[in-house]
Design a binder for this molecule. Structure first.
Ligand code: NAD
Length: 259
């Protein structure tokens, strides 16, 4: 299927690895010129080169922290008027809410709620004026089924999801959609770091914990980042113009509800 977005411009945040990288790769393969952001220059530039080689599109890499005002300014300087915005950042640390103070909450809200809102604010009006825009927020399956130790993530991402639910109904008339993609367990560095922490605590080998978790998913495996990237690209395509304000779970069927 031709997604009809060849020649468009995308800003993909937190994209040197994992899900952000996969979204950038899938969009690039559709002929979209890409600006990717991550904090560390080396891995980011390596990813940019891989995407260029795989797709032939223009890839601009900006090494900065997207959760800071300076980082967002640099990202928007490199890609001032994206047609496609993929919001993403590292997730907040797990823990017990009794140990979190106001600064912990502000950091989580800054990264996983206010950064995407700031980037939407900076880009959505020009998208509406041009009559095309696609915004995808990478959140988490925890938005639908909260995980107790991820309270900072549950709270911040729920805030973003609530805000977007209102705005997404205002932009769609101008062919600008805003949706959430909710990853369950995807085979990325972050998942393996989390599983290693679980394994260390339980005194079990990390590979064993990973195998058990994968086996416990209805699909019998973790998600592949490429699957996530392709879902993102579809949401960013011309055929997805009637999908807005949705939160799409990619979890191999782990959430047990009918809806
Ligand atoms: P990952 O650790 O594999 O990759 C994260 C990427 O984000 C890296 O490129 C890193 O450099 C970049 N990054 C992190 N913080 C940044 C910042 N402040 N500024 C710029 N770049 C930054 O992680 P992932 O698995 O791809 O996860 C992406 C998001 O999805 C995270 O918010 C994570 O919490 C969420 N998530 C992931 C899973 C999963 O199973 N992988 C499940 C649920 C939610």
């Amino acid at each position: 299927m031709d997604l009809g977005i060849r020649g468009r411009k995308a800003l993909v945040c937190a994209a040197s690895k994992g899900l952000g990288r996969a979204c950038a790769m899938s969009l690039a393969r559709e002929g979209v010129d890409i600006t990717i952001i991550a904090r560390t220059a080396g891995p980011l530039e390596a990813t940019a080169e891989e995407i260029r080689k795989a797709s032939g599109v223009t890839v601009t890499a900006v090494a900065t922290d997207i959760t800071t005002p300076e980082g967002r300014a640099l990202a928007l300087e490199a890609c001032p008027s994206p047609d496609i915005l993929v919001n993403n950042a590292g997730g907040p640390p797990p823990g017990d809410f009794r140990d979190w103070d106001r600064d912990d909450w502000v950091r989580a809200l800054d990264a996983n709620m206010l950064t995407p809102i700031e980037l939407i604010k900076a880009t959505v009006d020009p998208m509406m004026e041009r009559g095309f825009g696609r915004i995808v927020n990478i959140t988490s399956a925890a938005v639908k089924a909260p995980i107790d130790i991820l309270g900072l993530s549950n709270g911040a991402r729920a805030g973003l999801t609530g805000f977007v639910a209102g705005l997404a109904r205002k932009t769609v008339r101008h062919n600008v959609t805003i949706n959430g993609l909710l990853p369950g367990p995807f085979d990325t560095d972050r998942l393996h770091a989390t599983l290693k922490a679980v394994a260390d605590k339980a005194g079990q080998p990390a590979e064993e914990v990973a195998r058990e978790r994968a086996e416990g998913n209805p699909a019998g495996r973790f998600g592949r980042p490429e699957e996530f990237g392709e879902a993102c690209a579809f949401l960013c395509g011309v055929h997805a113009g009637f999908i807005t304000g949705q939160n799409i779970l990619l979890d191999g069927g782990a959430f047990p509800g009918t809806l």
